[in-house]
Design a protein around this ligand. Structure first.
Ligand code: ZN
Length: 208
């Protein structure tokens, strides 16, 4: 976990998700980031989240890991070495308040354990990646399913944009946006992170 450097996250990268939260679809990539303290691996254990700050939503996302120093012209398949399925946990009530005030989202998006990661597997290349869906099960039922081919901004665009605006290097990871179906978690919920039929990680929610 400690080897990751920056955690970039893409907002509103799937049209049905932007619409379900009544947000406009962006015309250029929309980013926020999380502190490294937000990271936690889903190994079947309990993950503690704040129980006293309003509704917490799950957002399942494909996560990519950059394995090489970025250079302009390098392609996704050359730069990305690993991928995982992750959850971008969001304090939704707080985020709504922050949005109204025009404040940054850090408090709603950056709390400890808000960036959940499954095991990383070797990145199979964009074309192979498009052949498998990523999904989230809550208590055994599928609540979200997505595929990178439905992104508003594709992986190359996201990577080039990050590099240009924030810098991008080995060890950085990118949460690439959530499809529709985000919703609340409750104490005791069992969440499973799937790639195709394969469970790459799971955890139990502990609110405290
Ligand atoms: Zn997200």
């Amino acid at each position: 976990m400690n080897s990751f450097k920056n955690i970039y996250c893409v907002g509103r990268n799937y049209i049905p998700h932007a619409k379900e939260l009544k947000n406009p679809v962006p015309s250029s990539p929309f980013f926020f980031s999380k502190p490294t303290h937000a990271l936690v691996e889903a190994n079947g254990q309990e993950i503690t989240l704040p129980g006293d700050r309003g509704t917490i939503h799950f957002e399942v996302e494909l996560v990519i890991r950059i394995d090489k120093p970025y250079k302009k012209g390098l392609e996704v398949d050359e730069l990305v070495g690993g991928m995982a399925v992750g959850i971008d946990f969001t304090l939704r009530d707080i985020q709504n308040e922050l949005k109204k005030k025009g404040y940054p989202w850090l408090i709603a998006k950056g709390f400890p354990n808000s960036a959940v990661l499954s095991n990383f597997i070797e990145f199979p290349g964009i074309e192979e990646c498009k052949k498998v869906d990523f999904a989230l099960l809550k208590n055994g039922q599928q609540v979200q399913i997505g595929n990178i081919k439905d992104m508003v901004f594709d992986l190359q665009t996201i990577i080039d944009f990050s590099a240009e605006h924030f810098g991008l290097g080995k060890g950085d990871i990118i949460f690439t946006g959530t499809p529709e179906g985000v919703g609340p978690v409750s104490d005791g919920d069992h969440l499973s992170l799937l790639l195709g039929e394969q469970v790459l990680g799971d955890c139990i929610i502990k609110l405290s």
